[in-house]
Write a protein that binds this ligand. Structure first.
Ligand SMILES: [Fe+2]
Ligand SMILES: [Fe+2]
Length: 200
C-alpha cells in the first residue's frame, strides 16, 4: 500500500484549513473591490455606496478580525508548535499586517476628506485602495503557500481541525456571531452585484 492517499488527504486538509472560507471570501471581495474601484473611476456617484461598503468590510472584517485572529491565535500557535522558520514567517506576516492597517487609516482619512467635500482626493483614494487590495492579495497567497506546506507537514488532521475551530470561534467571539455572519452576507451580496463568485 502506498502512502499517496494519506498524503493527498493530509494536503487536502491543510488546504481546506487555510484556503477555504475566510481567505477565499476575502479574495472574492478583493476581486469585487477592484471592479468597484474601476467603476468609481468612471462614475464616482454610481459606485460611492459600494465603495463605502467594501472599505468597511476590509476595515472591520479583514483588518479588525481576520488579521487580529491570526495574530492572537494562529501565529502564537505556529511559534509554539513549529520550528524557528515559523517565527520568521510570523515576523514578515506581522509587518504586512501593520502595513495593511496603516494603509487602511490613510484610506479612512481620504474617505472622510471626500465626505467633507474634498473631491480632488477621490483619485488618490481609488489608487491607494487598488494598491491596498493588491498587497493584501499577495499577503493571502504567501500565507496560503507557506501554511499549506507547513501545516501539511507538521499537523495531524485532528490538530488542523482543532486549529480551524479555534480560529472560527475567535472570529465569532471578536465580531459577535451576528456581525460575523452579517459581514459575510453583505460581502456575498456585493460580490453578486458585480458578478464575482463568492465561496459557499
Ligand atoms: Fe495575515
Ligand atoms: Fe490570512
Amino acid at each position: 500500500m502506498t502512502t499517496a492517499p494519506d498524503d493527498a488527504r493530509q494536503g487536502f486538509l491543510a488546504a481546506a484549513l487555510y484556503t477555504t472560507r475566510e481567505h477565499r471570501a476575502i479574495e472574492s471581495m478583493i476581486a469585487c473591490a477592484d471592479l468597484i474601484v474601476k467603476r468609481a473611476h468612471e462614475d464616482w456617484h454610481a459606485a460611492a455606496d459600494d465603495l463605502v461598503h467594501a472599505l468597511r468590510f476590509f476595515r472591520e472584517f479583514v483588518d479588525g478580525a481576520h488579521l487580529q485572529n491570526e495574530e492572537a491565535v494562529l501565529f502564537p500557535f505556529l511559534a509554539r508548535t513549529l520550528d524557528v522558520d515559523a517565527s520568521v514567517f510570523g515576523a514578515q506576516a506581522l509587518s504586512e499586517h501593520e502595513e495593511s492597517r496603516i494603509s487602511m487609516r490613510t484610506l479612512d482619512a481620504a474617505i472622510n476628506a471626500v465626505d467633507a467635500g474634498a473631491d480632488e482626493v477621490r483619485r488618490d483614494l481609488l489608487e491607494h485602495f487598488a494598491e491596498y487590495l493588491s498587497r493584501l492579495e499577495e499577503h493571502l497567497h504567501a500565507e496560503d503557500a507557506y501554511l499549506y506546506r507547513v501545516l501539511s507537514d507538521a499537523l495531524s488532521p485532528d490538530q488542523q481541525a482543532a486549529l480551524q475551530a479555534t480560529l472560527s470561534q475567535a472570529r465569532v467571539a471578536g465580531l459577535g456571531p451576528e456581525r460575523s455572519e452579517a459581514f459575510l452576507r453583505s460581502a456575498r451580496f456585493l460580490c453578486e452585484r458585480y458578478d464575482v463568485a463568492f465561496p459557499e
